[in-house]
Design a binder for this molecule. Structure first.
Ligand SMILES: [Cu+2]
Length: 174
C-alpha cells in the first residue's frame, strides 16, 4: 500500500547539540531585541524628532525667501547660499536636483530644513555616510554642526525617476 499511517512518535528526541543551538539562538534574539531600545537612546543615529507638516508650495516659498536673502553666488546655475550661523537653512529636493548649494562654517550649528516638492527622495551625504529620507509634505529639521571642513556631495538614494542618477547636490564647509 502506498499510503500508511505514520508511527505515533516519528520525530527524534531533542538531543544535547540541538538544545545548545536553540539556547544560543534564543539568547541572541533577546540580545538584539534589547539592543533596539538601547541604540535608540544611545546610538545618536535617530531621525530628527522635530518635524512639521507643510505643503510643498509653502516650503518652496520659505526656501525661495531664504535663498534670496542669503545668496552669495552661483554654481552651475544653482544658487550658493551662506546661511547665518546658528540660524535656519533650507534644502529643497525635487526632480532631479538639490537646491541650493549650502556654504556652512565649521563648528557652527544650523537648523537645516529639508523637504521634497514632489516625490520621495533620499539625502545621502558623502563621504560621511549620513542618510536621511525626504518626503513631500514634511519639513524635517536636522540640527547639524559640521565638524570637518571640505566639500560634501549630496546624492539621492531613493529611486525617483529617469533623472535619479543625476540628482546630486553640494554642501561646502569652510
Ligand atoms: Cu532619486
Amino acid at each position: 500500500m502506498s499510503i500508511s499511517v505514520p508511527e505515533t512518535y516519528w520525530w527524534k528526541p531533542v538531543d544535547r547539540e540541538e538544545k545548545i543551538w536553540v539556547t544560543v539562538a534564543l539568547i541572541w534574539c533577546i540580545f538584539i531585541t534589547l539592543m533596539m531600545p538601547y541604540w535608540h537612546f544611545t546610538g545618536k543615529q535617530n531621525p530628527p524628532w522635530e518635524t512639521y507638516k507643510i505643503k510643498p508650495e509653502q516650503f518652496e516659498k520659505l526656501a525661495a525667501d531664504f535663498i534670496a536673502k542669503h545668496k552669495v553666488g552661483e554654481d552651475n546655475g544653482i544658487p550658493v547660499v551662506e546661511p547665518p550661523p546658528g540660524g535656519d537653512a533650507f534644502l529643497v529636493a525635487s526632480t532631479w536636483k538639490f537646491e541650493p548649494v549650502l556654504k556652512l562654517q565649521k563648528g557652527q550649528t544650523y537648523r537645516l530644513h529639508v523637504s521634497s516638492l514632489d516625490y520621495q527622495h533620499g539625502l545621502s551625504i558623502f563621504p560621511i555616510n549620513m542618510n536621511f529620507m525626504i518626503l513631500p509634505d514634511y519639513d524635517y529639521v536636522l540640527t547639524i554642526t559640521p565638524t570637518e571642513s571640505g566639500d560634501y556631495r549630496i546624492m539621492c538614494n531613493e529611486f525617483c525617476g529617469i533623472g535619479h542618477h543625476n540628482m546630486v547636490g553640494k554642501i561646502t564647509v569652510t
